[in-house]
Design a protein around this ligand. Structure first.
Ligand code: DGT
Ligand code: CA
Ligand code: CA
Length: 362
């Protein structure tokens, strides 16, 4: 049976989260920035929504340049990584429940296999992918783009083929035709250097690459890369979708509204993050045995304090009481104010990926 593999990538992820949090931003150009703090406007663009991309704004561009392109009704928004992390976790959990195996490959993307669930049928796969997109939109109000194909290399290209809010299905029969006109840069692993070398031998499209003799590629790239390029360009890729890392700890870290070492103030700001961490544990049906408080001080040095329970538990009250006591110890013994605060649970036991893994193996 043909494998059915998907790749899911959230659209303009950080910027879309900001739109969801503040709907008045919709339709206007917005730019999520990593301010370095050196001067008021030094730093780079993390990402931009599609309206801002129309104006020529890109990831990695200096903020000062983006500001010039942006005009009056655009917004520069500071990156809020903790927020994106928490939303990413929730989306990955939703996706994990709807597929055979999920392998997260970045904060906003994952490979998945649905050979079992679709019975190897691409129209079933289409419905499964549609359902996944609807579920993510329903619960987090975010759009994503999905590609479905018979392997990872093609699925990844397919998820990028129509964006935003795309769904591209490439059946095994269509694979070679789909790849043929695309630029070699679209292939995973082909960066500017490899692309330049290929251009040197007159190869610019994946179709042209597919027609090269493996031996001529070998002279340029060595055996391993040449083999990969030849196979990938011909739509062949056997890499498995692995269940991904089994997490043995989970944490949430927040940036305090202002630097402080007042334990009650810190705990009250940390409280929603603790609840969120706990709901993640419940969703994964896992219990914890160790609790840690994390303090990142105004000079960015880190302190932690941990305690281990007699046995594993899922109890939210225990988590809150222990986190509060540990944070009190950390804050009162700290020589500096805290800039960020966090909580971590470790020695996790329980279900996690197990349910989907066994289903997959059967
Ligand atoms: P897309 O997928 O083309 O609709 O747009 P994004 O923004 O989701 O792009 P993607 O998937 O490459 O990256 C996911 C997130 O990672 C993005 O929302 C922000 C962050 N990111 C990407 N590139 C950069 C970068 O060059 N610098 C920084 N600081 N963050 C980046
Ligand atoms: Ca993305
Ligand atoms: Ca991505």
């Amino acid at each position: 049976m043909n494998r059915v593999i998907g790749h899911l990538d959230l659209d303009y992820f950080y910027a879309q989260v900001e739109e969801v949090q503040n709907p008045s931003l919709r339709g206007r150009p917005i730019v999520v920035c990593v301010f370095s703090g050196r001067t008021e406007e030094s730093g780079v663009v993390s990402t931009a929504n599609y309206v801002a991309r129309e104006l020529g704004i890109k990831s990695g561009m200096p903020i000062t340049l983006a500001k010039k392109k942006l005009g009056k009704d655009g917004s520069l928004i500071p990156m809020r990584r903790e927020k994106y992390d928490a939303i990413s976790d929730r989306i990955m959990q939703i996706a994990r429940e709807g597929v055979d195996v999920l392998e997260q490959s970045g904060i906003d993307e994952a490979f998945f296999e649905i050979t079992g669930r679709s019975g190897g049928d691409y129209s079933n796969a289409n419905s499964i992918a549609r359902g996944l997109k609807e579920k993510i939109l329903g619960s987090e109000r975010l759009t994503c783009s999905i590609g479905i194909a018979s392997n990872k290399v093609v699925a990844k290209i397919a998820s990028d083929f129509k964006k935003p809010n795309g769904l591209t299905i490439v059946t095994p029969d269509e694979t070679k035709r789909f790849l043929k006109p695309l630029r070699v840069e679209e292939l995973y692993g082909v960066g500017p250097k490899t692309a330049r070398a290929l251009k040197g031998i007159g190869v610019e499209t994946i179709g042209q690459l597919a027609d090269q003799k493996p031996e001529s590629l070998e002279r340029l790239f060595g055996r391993k890369l040449a083999f990969y390029l030849h196979e990938a360009a011909n739509g062949i890729d056997e890499q498995p979708v692995t269940g991904g890392r089994e997490t043995t700890q989970l944490s949430r870290i927040i940036t305090l509204k202002k630097n402080t070492r007042d334990p009650e103030e810190i705990f009250s700001q940390l409280s929603p993050a603790i609840d969120d961490l706990h709901s993640r544990l419940l969703a994964e049906r896992r219990s914890f045995r160790t609790v840690s408080a994390i303090a990142i001080l105004s000079d960015l040095s880190t302190r932690t304090k941990s305690m281990t329970l007699d046995g594993p538990t899922t109890d939210l009250q225990i988590l809150r009481i222990q986190a509060r006591a540990l944070m009190r110890e950390l804050a009162t013994s700290s020589e500096k104010d805290l800039r960020r605060a966090g909580v971590r649970v470790a020695e996790l036991v329980g279900a996690a990926d197990q349910s989907s893994m066994t289903e997959y193996l059967e």
